[in-house]
Ligand binder design. Structure first.
Ligand SMILES: Cc1ncc(COP(=O)(O)O)c(C=O)c1O
Length: 428
């Protein structure tokens, strides 16, 4: 395997384009959803590859043979490095035994015990496949436990694609799907107090990410005391507090992002980083809600497959051994500090927001976002895979040498953007 990326001309993507032309004939939109070119985070599209060919450690290669240091990590699942040898060995050993069978493997119990031991607010774990399976289960649980209908959302949320998470004007969504949704801004406690008191006795649950990692906006951390007051209000009004830790889970704190921010949720949704890319998600929760979850009709064909459980056990065990969240703070701080100074060297102010493990980037003083897109495009075409309007992800296979190479390319890319805009006044 070659680990050096040579300084070459910008990448081109003829094989990606050819595969996409074929894809459009047989797959709706060619590549649907967030990994496709239509949803807005790969802008301008011409700068990005469309199909990958292989991946290892901190890198992947596209179908044109271009190599990338990957700061998207499959949108989160790659937490230890692609093809991590310990996770692969555990998965292979389990595959030799069994995977999807008529009754579950007892490795499911081992995995649940490990999560209960690792996640501070978990007394039990319920496994499914996608993050959206767990957010839907959490909302159903809150409704069943309280016998109430309304759910509070935080504006800018993303909890998957089930109809209850969508907006009324989206195709296929009907009024009834979202009729009981209430919305409030993040960090706005007065608004939350008003909402709770106006709907006393009606609100089943509040669902929120631990902090706001929205697209096209700086990511927003909770104000001091915010979560503690939300917890207190939920207790006062009998509202189930659901933390959607699908994206941030196990990158901030192995005990859960609610633990990281100093409070205890009633239900916590995990997915992405749970098994280093093997397909499993988990809803964890408090003892008091266990019987309610048991009462629900909720399952799926592959939800008890054993190989992802083995991968999950190996992943969580290794994340604990490495103290991966501490590693992510160190690597993420080194990276984002370096990017900010590479920008400054070229007369740009780069704003990094959110936690270092999930940093979000934006070039300041450019409301059109075009300069930022231009810079990201130059980076991607030189082997540094960033997206223009989404938070990024770190993995534990990333090295300081990778970061060094990233900063070299970032510097060059800022220089190119600067020379493309000779009339632009330096912003620092
Ligand atoms: C915060 C959050 N919640 C829920 C989901 C949905 O997870 P999935 O796509 O696995 O259903 C995502 C996916 O990106 C997410 O980031």
């Amino acid at each position: 395997m070659t680990l050096e990326i040579s300084a070459t001309a910008p990448y081109t993507y003829p094989n990606s384009q050819a595969a996409f032309a074929r894809a459009r004939k047989v797959i709706p939109s060619g590549i649907y959803g967030h990994q496709g070119p239509t949803e807005g985070v790969y802008v301008p599209q011409s700068a990005f590859p469309l199909f990958s060919a292989r991946a290892e450690g901190s890198r992947f290669w596209d179908v044109d043979g271009n190599e990338y240091i990957d700061y998207m990590c499959g949108y989160g699942p790659n937490v230890l490095g692609y093809g991590d040898p310990d996770v692969e060995a555990a998965a292979a050993a389990q595959r030799q035994l069994e995977d999807v069978v008529t009754i579950p493997s007892s490795i499911m119990v081992d995995f649940a015990e490990l999560l209960v031991d690792t996640v501070a607010s978990a007394d039990w774990a319920f496994f499914a496949k996608n993050g959206g399976d767990t957010t839907t289960l959490a909302v159903m649980t809150a409704r069943a436990a309280t016998r109430r209908k309304k759910i509070v959302f935080v504006n800018g949320f993303y909890h998957g694609v089930a109809p209850w998470t969508q907006k009324l004007d989206y195709p296929g969504v009907i009024e009834e799907d979202v009729a009981h949704n209430l919305y409030v801004d993040f960090n706005d406690l007065p608004a939350l107090r008003t909402l709770f008191s106006e709907h006393r006795g009606e609100i089943a649950g509040l669902i929120a990410q631990p902090y706001m990692h929205g697209n096209f906006v700086d990511n927003e951390l909770p104000a001091a005391g915010y979560w503690q007051e939300v917890r207190r209000l939920c207790d006062e009004y009998g509202v189930v507090l659901i933390i959607d830790d699908v994206r941030a889970g196990f990158r901030l704190d192995l005990a859960g992002s609610d633990h990281y921010f100093g409070f205890k949720a009633d239900l916590v949704c995990f997915c992405k980083a749970l098994a280093n890319g093997y397909n499993v998600s988990a809803l964890c929760g408090r003892e008091s809600l266990k019987d309610t979850v048991s009462s629900l009709s909720y399952t799926g064909s592959y939800w008890m497959s054993a190989v992802p459980f083995a991968a999950g056990i190996a992943t969580i065990t290794k994340l604990r051994e490495l103290d991966a969240p501490a590693q992510f703070v160190r690597l993420g701080t080194e990276l984002t500090t370096g990017l900010v100074s590479a920008a400054a060297d070229n007369g740009f102010t780069l704003v990094s927001s959110g936690a270092p493990a999930l940093f979000y980037l934006r070039i300041a003083d450019d409301n059109s976002l075009m300069l930022h897109q231009e810079w990201v495009a130059e980076c991607v075409q030189r082997g540094i895979f960033l997206t223009s309007h989404h938070n990024h992800f770190l993995n534990a296979a990333l090295t300081s040498a990778d970061i060094g190479r990233t900063l070299e390319v970032a510097h060059e890319a800022f220089g190119i953007v600067r020379s493309n805009h000779p009339d632009l006044a330096p912003s620092v």
